[in-house]
Design a protein around this ligand. Structure first.
Ligand code: SER
Length: 321
């Protein structure tokens, strides 16, 4: 496989791992990582890296002319908590960035575009348990509103302009290789680091706040699977519901205590509690399973083990797991 692939927003939590996964498949030189900021992560030294502000159309055009990518993964966005702090910029980045990429897909005949949506498209009147693909969607965060509008744009560009755009509604993503940036689900990453470094964690959500989550290897698998699926199997062109596991801060604490018995969590809910409360507890991803064979590999215990085993050496710890 020798086509070029451009990843926009490559230095974020998902981008960092996705660039590595794509380079393993397509070869280091064929995967162009781009971001508005530089990263010191080793993965970016293995192949091309370009500075790109996705809001700068000339900058984007130059890159597309230079590399002629056949696939673009557009990941640049402000997440839920950060976008609440900068609503105007959050809206501009999340919407105009997407418009620029979708228009460029037409101008440069980009074969496939990937754009992530989120469980943030759901809102307070959405059914909270086993949330279906189609239901009331009344997001009340800038991030969620921009993702829902983005989904409608993606479907519109697929139907009216023929852009092969594919999308997943990610739950909270958890991984050990890269840090999350400004989401409401970020506690579920920092809790593992805190468990190993301090033996305790102060959670910004209340103990019983159940949210849908997904371990990074599963997120990568889903992303690559939907992008590699034959076009006719991708029947939903807004964005697919996607589930891995659901748990509360109390439950992840118990899962960690199985391996670090003295670990404790305390709770100090902040402004992110209201965001979490407006999102589902669990997601029905039947369409993804049916259309292109989605199946997650990790539950809470399997993920916890893998997170701790991989993070422990970073902090000079050895765990008998
Ligand atoms: N992890 C994201 C957030 O918390 C959800 O898409 O903003």
């Amino acid at each position: 496989m020798s086509e070029n692939i451009l990843v926009i927003g490559a230095c974020g939590q998902l981008g960092t791992e996705l660039v590595e996964a794509l380079r393993n498949i397509y070869g280091d030189q064929h995967v162009i990582a781009s971001d508005i900021r530089q990263s010191n992560d080793d993965v970016f030294k293995a192949g091309p890296f370009e500075t790109l502000d996705v809001l700068d159309k000339n900058n984007l055009t130059n890159l597309l002319q230079k590399y002629q990518p056949k696939q673009v993964y557009h990941l640049a966005a402000l997440l839920s908590a950060t976008a609440e702090a900068q609503p105007k910029f959050g809206w501009t980045l999340n919407m105009d960035g997407l418009f620029n990429v979708l228009d460029a897909a037409i101008d440069f005949k980009i074969g496939k575009v990937y754009w992530p949506s989120s469980i943030a498209v759901f809102g307070p009147n959405t059914p909270v348990n086993n949330t279906p693909q189609n239901c009331v969607m009344d997001p009340n965060t800038i991030y969620g509103i921009s993702k829902l509008a983005g989904e409608r744009y993606c479907e519109y560009y697929f139907q009216k302009r023929g852009v092969d755009v594919r999308s997943l509604r990610y739950p909270g993503l958890i991984g050990y290789k890269s840090a999350p940036g400004g989401g409401t689900t970020d506690y579920a990453v920092s809790i593992y680091h805190d468990a190993l470094t301090q033996g305790k964690h102060e959670c910004f959500l209340g103990p019983q706040t159940e949210l849908p989550m997904l371990y990074m290897p599963d997120a990568l698998k889903a992303t690559l699977d939907i992008m590699h699926a034959p076009a006719e199997k991708v029947k939903i062109r807004s964005s697919y519901n996607l589930a891995g596991m659901s748990f509360s801060p109390e439950e992840i604490t118990t899962a960690i205590q199985k391996y670090i018995p003295d670990f404790t969590s305390s709770y100090k809910p902040d402004h992110r509690q209201a965001i979490a409360d407006s999102w589902p507890n669990s997601i029905d991803d039947a369409e993804a399973r049916k259309d292109w064979g989605w199946q997650p590999d990790f539950d809470l215990d399997k993920m916890t083990k893998d997170m701790l085993v991989n993070l422990a050496p970073r902090y000079g710890k050895s765990l008998s797991i």
